[in-house]
Structure formats: structure tokens, C-alpha cells
Design a protein around this ligand. Structure first.
Ligand SMILES: *[C@@H]1O[C@H](CO)[C@@H](O)[C@H](O)[C@H]1NC(C)=O
Ligand SMILES: *[C@@H]1O[C@H](CO)[C@@H](O)[C@H](O)[C@H]1NC(C)=O
Length: 384
């Protein structure tokens, strides 16, 4: 009985997925004004588009076969083509990808900036065994520099603050605080010092401060990506089922705290924070999209430096549209497309809370303020 239900459920999911996916492709070719004037991206390697290139770190992807399906070749994106931030920008109607902070210049920053940094985390020490990384605290400092430049471009503090309130912000952090910290006792003492529950609490307390700082810097429409089922990435494929289960459980402790945090943040005047449930978004059967390899990376991965990333210069699998993963950590463009589509337009009630990105970016004249329990006049009360 359960399995026939599963089958039906999967079939339904698949149909909706197809619709969202096709709909998304259509939207991409629509030209005109983007749905928000600006889009700022905070996060890790899932969104990094070149910020780590100039850093002294092994956590970079500016060499082949990364970028094999990207028009400019390897750019520092940790995938074969587009990452989720690129695809979200497309869905929002931008005609260019949001530039990396490392090289954004002049008026470009009016459209937003991407601060993402591979191996970075909520905690400043996360990822440091690989070299320099740009932690969320440093990404927020970079954002302050952007705001200063915007103040000159827009001609004033008040105008800039009003502008910043209209932007979309996405934040995806925390996965590396496990992969490149808590799950690496050989480099980091966190798992000796803290139980999984204590570590999750510490992590989300820090995240809460950082997200409040982002709000103070003018952000109102903020989408936070939850942590994923990390036990299922190819990196841990050779672990025994009990270890995989314990990884997933530990990570879920942190993920479970983000939704209540979103509720708390939405008590701030005008705040519209949403939670994107990565586990929910990964549910469903992607085989109708041609995806058939779920647990093996497409490229030949390095076993020495930055183990699990693609080994430089090796020829990857010939058909990148059949694999979920490009290397041992990072999804292929096709998988990123499915993720970004569902974050933009949820099709399971659990994908996004309380609304998805497409609702978040709608004008406040729609019913969105009711969802966040705010009146329209609250929305115009800044706190600057
Ligand atoms: C995320 O989605 C999964 C799968 O539907 C669900 O089990 C979990 O409770 C959700 N998490 C939150 C915090 O809503
Ligand atoms: C790649 O795989 C997809 C899905 O199986 C298939 O539709 C497509 O024709 C393949 N492309 C090439 C170049 O083999």
C-alpha cells in the first residue's frame, strides 16, 4: 500500500516538476525589467562565482573541467555550468549574472553583488584548513563596502537605504560548518568540544546575529536556504549507513532551527524572511529530466589536495545532464536548475516557508504583508 502511494506521489511530483521546469525556461527568455532592482548573494561554493580565485586557498574552481558548459569556461563556479544564484538571477529577469564582489566594478553593483565563497561558513574558522575563505562575517563586511559605493552612485544615505529594501537577498550558509569543520575532527576540535545539539545551537545563534546585521544594513526580502542532507553527497558515499545517518541527524538539528529563526526575524518591522527547505526541494523523481546518476560524481575527483573537488584537467563524463553531482560535493547545472526552480516557485508546501521567492519579490501591494503579519504601514517604517 505504502509503495503504491509512493509511486502515485512520485508521479504527481514529477508532473509538477515538469511544469515548473518548462515554465521556468519560458520565463528566462522574457525580457524587460527584473522583478527586483537588485539581488545580493551570500553563501558558499554553491553560489561562489569567482570570489575565491584571488585567495590563497585550495577551495577554488577556476580550472577545467569546472565551467566546461559555461560560455566563459572556468570562472570559479563549482559546477559544469550555472550555479543556483545564476539561475535565480535568470528567473528574476536579470539579463546578466550578478557579478562577484572580487571583480564587481562601477555601476554594475546597482544590480547587486555576489559575495559567495567556497568552503566558507557561519563560523570564521570553518574551511581554514584549505586556506583563506570569506566567512559570512567577512561577506557582511564586503556588503558594507558595497553600500558605501552605492551611496555615492545613488546620491545619499536615505536613497540607498530605500533602494536596499527593495532588493532580494539570498543566504545559504552552514553546510561547510559541518563538512569543513564539525565532521573533520582531524583539523577542528568542534566535535570534541560540543555535542551535535550544542553545536547546532551555537551555529544558529551566530547565524541569527549575522542575519540581524544584514537586516540592519537594509535587507528586508531575505531567502535563507536550509542545510541539505549532507550524508547523501558522494563525499560520504563510502561511509557505513550508521555514520551517514548520524551525519544527517546532526545537520538536521541545525536545519530545524532555521524555520523558528525566520519567524523570530519576521517580528522586525518590515522584515520578510523566508526559509527554503533543501531536503523538501530534493524530493521527487528527476529521471524524467534525463537524470539517472545520483551518487557518483561526473568528474574524476582529487584524492589529495581539496579531496573531492575535480582533479585539474581531467576529462569529465561526456553527458553532464545525467548526473546530479559534478564533483563529490557540488551539483551539476541541471540539478541546480531543478533546485532554483523550486526555490523560486515551490510545488510542495514544505519547499518554502511562509512563501517562495516568486511571492517574496512581488510588490507589497499584494497580500504578502498579511503572510508576514505586517500591515502596509509597517512596511514603510524603516529603522535607519
Ligand atoms: C523539510 O522538508 C522535509 C521533507 O518534506 C520535512 O520532513 C521537514 O520537516 C521539513 N523541515 C522543516 C523545518 O520544515
Ligand atoms: C544526454 O542524456 C540525455 C538524457 O538521457 C539525452 O536525452 C541526451 O540525448 C544525451 N546527450 C548526448 C549528447 O548524449
Amino acid at each position: 500500500m505504502a509503495s503504491s502511494f509512493d509511486k502515485k506521489w512520485n508521479k504527481m511530483l514529477t508532473m509538477i516538476l515538469m511544469l515548473v521546469f518548462l515554465n521556468m525556461r519560458q520565463q528566462v527568455v522574457v525580457h524587460g525589467e527584473p522583478q527586483v532592482p537588485c539581488y545580493f548573494i551570500f553563501g558558499d561554493s554553491l553560489v561562489d562565482n569567482g570570489n575565491n580565485n584571488p585567495l590563497l586557498t585550495a577551495a577554488k574552481a577556476n580550472y577545467p573541467p569546472y565551467g566546461i558548459d559555461f560560455p566563459d569556461g572556468p570562472t570559479g563556479r563549482f559546477t559544469n555550468g550555472l550555479n543556483t544564484a545564476d539561475i535565480t538571477a535568470e528567473l528574476l529577469g536579470f539579463d546578466k549574472y550578478i557579478p562577484p564582489f572580487a571583480s564587481a566594478k562601477g555601476k554594475e553593483i546597482l544590480n547587486g553583488v555576489n559575495y559567495g565563497s567556497g568552503a566558507a561558513g557561519i563560523l570564521i574558522e570553518t574551511g581554514k584548513h584549505l586556506g583563506d575563505v570569506i566567512s559570512l562575517d567577512r561577506q557582511l563586511m564586503h556588503h558594507q563596502r558595497t553600500i558605501l559605493s552605492l551611496t555615492f552612485l545613488l546620491g545619499g544615505v536615505k536613497k540607498t537605504h530605500e533602494y536596499l529594501q527593495k532588493c532580494l537577498y539570498t543566504v545559504g550558509m552552514g553546510n561547510n560548518d559541518y563538512i569543513n569543520n564539525y565532521l573533520m575532527p582531524e583539523y577542528y576540535p568542534s566535535s570534541l568540544l560540543f555535542s551535535p545539539d550544542q553545536f547546532a545551537t551555537l551555529l544558529i545563534q551566530q547565524y541569527s546575529l549575522q542575519l540581524k546585521a544584514l537586516y540592519t544594513l537594509g535587507a528586508r526580502k531575505v531567502a535563507i536556504s536550509g542545510l541539505g542532507k549532507l550524508g547523501s553527497i558522494p563525499m560520504y558515499a563510502n561511509k557505513d549507513p550508521a555514520t551517514i545517518e548520524s551525519i544527517n541527524k546532526a545537520v538536521q538539528l541545525a536545519d530545524d532551527k532555521i524555520k523558528p529563526l525566520v519567524d523570530e526575524l519576521n517580528n522586525l518591522p518590515g522584515a520578510q524572511f523566508i526559509y527554503l527547505n533543501s531536503t523538501s526541494i530534493s524530493l521527487g523523481d528527476p529521471t524524467p529530466f534525463g537524470i539517472s546518476v545520483f551518487d557518483a560524481p561526473c568528474c574524476k575527483v582529487s584524492t589529495t589536495i581539496a579531496a573531492g573537488q575535480c582533479a585539474p584537467g581531467e576529462v569529465p563524463c561526456s553527458n553532464r545532464t545525467v548526473n546530479v553531482f559534478f564533483d563529490n560535493f557540488h551539483p551539476t547545472e541541471i540539478a541546480n536548475r531543478l533546485t532554483a526552480a523550486r526555490a523560486y516557485q515551490a510545488f510542495l508546501p514544505t519547499d518554502a516557508y511562509p512563501v517562495d521567492i516568486s511571492n517574496l519579490v512581488q510588490d507589497s501591494t499584494n497580500n504578502i504583508q498579511q503572510v508576514f503579519g505586517k500591515t502596509k504601514s509597517d512596511l514603510s517604517v524603516g529603522s535607519f
